[in-house]
Write a protein that binds this ligand. Structure first.
Ligand code: GZL
Length: 325
């Protein structure tokens, strides 16, 4: 009777009392073969996502990690299918950017049962059992929302208001949408001059942002003083809608956005966006380093934060040539 190499390794590992991670290390090193990473991406909804995908793919190539990649077209069921296929293919590590915060326990329990470590990138999940993933690499979206809120407070410090805010929310149920909203509220909630008069999801896309902004303009017109867009693609769509309606974004309507993509910098340099809160998609190198550490059985912190800042319109033109995404 022949047994598979992986089963043999599992028996040996069981004999030496190895943990899951050590088993992964043992099997990858013992077999002296390339690590295989299964990555389930959200989709291709925004410039940020495109840059994130490029960062993951190029970092995998640089790290000589065999990458299996899937695009879920922003559907959770497609991400779950992709994770299940990686389990069936017995990859060494699974990584993904969860499109929404909830609904992940069943498939992550399957990965745990298969002894395949899971790394979260970009977006977090809402699970009680934190052992379902090794680490989460990405931004602090609450802090990003607070940064946006603090910029707004400062921008209007000498204005008695009212300041009517139209909010373009990201994908419903996603961590960035939930937290960029909550972070803003945390900062402005005690200042009655700020009122969110409209709030709707544009699903992080340019078309979605434009469509929602057209509806806001129809209902509220010039009552809108500030657009708070959860990402640049929706902000750029809203800018198009405002200009088509004869409004002057960046001047008579303040525009606050997130991501700090080249598109956002170009809009600020053109005077059409007032501030862009950075959210870096360049997570590939950190992910590949974490994958190698997991396979080598090294412990990792539960949270790996990305360093980010806030870019006001005034620095856009000189900073744009330095931007990588
Ligand atoms: C944030 C990321 C968000 C971006 C959007 O880390 O998940 O998804 O802000 C992207 O541009 O679509």
């Amino acid at each position: 009777m022949t047994i598979s190499r992986r089963t043999a390794l599992r028996v040996i590992a069981a004999c030496v009392g190895a943990s899951t991670l050590t088993l992964a290390a043992f099997s990858a090193q013992a077999q002296d073969r390339k690590i295989t990473l299964g990555f389930a991406q959200v989709g291709a909804e925004s410039a940020w996502r495109t840059a994130n995908t490029e960062s993951v793919k190029s970092a995998a190539a640089d790290a000589k990690i065999n990458l299996k990649f899937s695009d879920a077209q922003q559907k959770q069921e497609n991400q779950i299918k992709a994770i299940r296929s990686y389990i069936a293919q017995k990859v060494d590590v699974i990584a993904f950017s969860p499109v929404v915060e909830s609904g992940w326990e069943p498939v992550l329990l399957e990965a745990k049962a298969a002894k395949i470590p899971v790394i979260l990138t970009d977006r977090n999940i809402d699970v009680k059992d934190k052992s379902l993933y090794v680490t989460m690499i990405g931004s602090d979206f609450m802090e990003e929302g607070r940064r946006g809120g603090r910029w707004i407070e400062d921008h209007y410090k000498n204005d008695k208001g009212p300041v009517n805010i139209a909010e373009l929310q990201g994908t419903v149920g996603s961590a960035p949408a939930n937290d960029r909203h909550s972070g803003l509220i945390e900062v402005i909630k005690n200042d009655p001059k700020f009122k969110i008069i409209a709030s709707q999801s544009g699903d992080f896309t340019l078309a979605g942002g434009k469509q929602v902004m057209e509806a806001f303009i129809k209902t509220y017109g010039n009552k809108i003083n500030l657009v708070y867009a959860h990402n640049d693609d929706m902000a750029l769509g809203a800018i198009q809608a405002m200009e088509e309606a004869g409004m002057h974004p960046g001047k008579d309507v303040t525009v606050v956005s997130f991501d700090a993509t080249k598109g956002g910098f170009q809009a600020m340099a053109a005077g059409k966006m007032n501030v862009d809160v950075e959210c870096s998609p360049l997570l590939g190198p950190q992910l590949m380093s974490a994958v190698k550490d997991v396979v080598a059985g090294k412990p990792l912190p539960k949270r790996i934060l990305t360093e980010e800042t806030v870019f006001p319109m005034s620095v856009a033109a000189q900073t744009l040539p330095t931007r990588k995404y």
